[in-house]
Ligand binder design. Sequence first.
Ligand SMILES: CSC[C@H]1O[C@H](OP(=O)(O)O)[C@H](O)[C@@H]1O
Ligand SMILES: Nc1ncnc2[nH]cnc12
Length: 295
Amino acid sequence: MASEWCIGIIGGSGLYNIEGLEDEQWIAIDTPWGEPSDEILCGRIGDVKVRFLPRHGRGHPISPTELNSRANVDALKRAGCTDILAISAVGSLREEIEPGRFAVVEQFIDRTVKRESTYFTSGLVTHVSMADPVCPRLSEMAAKAISACRGKVAVGATYIAIEGPQFSSRAESRLYRQWGADVIGMTAMPEAKLAREAELPYALIGMATDYDCWRVDENGVGEAVNVAQVIAQMEANGELARETVAKFISSLPKKRKASQIDTALDDAVITAPDEHDPELLAKLGAIAGRLLGED
Ligand SMILES: CSC[C@H]1O[C@H](OP(=O)(O)O)[C@H](O)[C@@H]1O
Ligand SMILES: Nc1ncnc2[nH]cnc12
């Protein structure tokens, strides 16, 4: 297992570039799942290799529903990533997660319906555990990095992923609060599931940009989220996000210890070897090469 860190950063809305990389170069990576959102910015900070992918592409041309998360995660793995730190703009479903606060996500509710959400289709049926969908080690380091940059942090957040691109109705927003969701977004699912299938430890920082639409003011008037408000708050969050990423990377321990997630596919495949589909196996070189003996 890799003992050197290679950190994949997935930048969400408002985070289309990162600064301070040495030897930086945008590199196009082909995958058997189609095109990733953009080229990957490859470089390093000190001894740590960094691979940055803007989730929606530079200039934000790609909608949440049309993100090719399979290609994105596969491309990051091909680029050598050992771990992924993802950043997202999120709506807050809790009074105490005010716009500007960064929420480190611990759990997900997946309400997306139109997306390819697995690499393991018929011919290599595989069931990984999503009981603990994020990497606790990365999440703890992310929370410390936010605090070290004097950011306000909330830990242990539950993220609900909606299909979008429309924001939620008030009834949905209130329902999601009853379900125990703390923040809402449109992108981290199936990204987190695919990262787990790719045996990549994954953590998510949600940058609260708005209160979605569940809240009413003192006059009983409901607020509604709009893109202008989200963009203004994203811009206000941008500097802290960049500082947090730099701090997170510079604070990593020198050597990377193995994580249980590095072997998430062990014992997860159920299809008998003589039923394996060779075409599917050929596509899985980057994702499951370790298991399939192609490393
Ligand atoms: C511009 S608000 C809605 C948009 O922002 C979030 O994207 P990301 O998670 O990539 O930061 C949200 O999920 C929507 O896609
Ligand atoms: N209120 C909201 N709903 C869904 N995605 C979002 N991204 C940022 N704010 C959001």
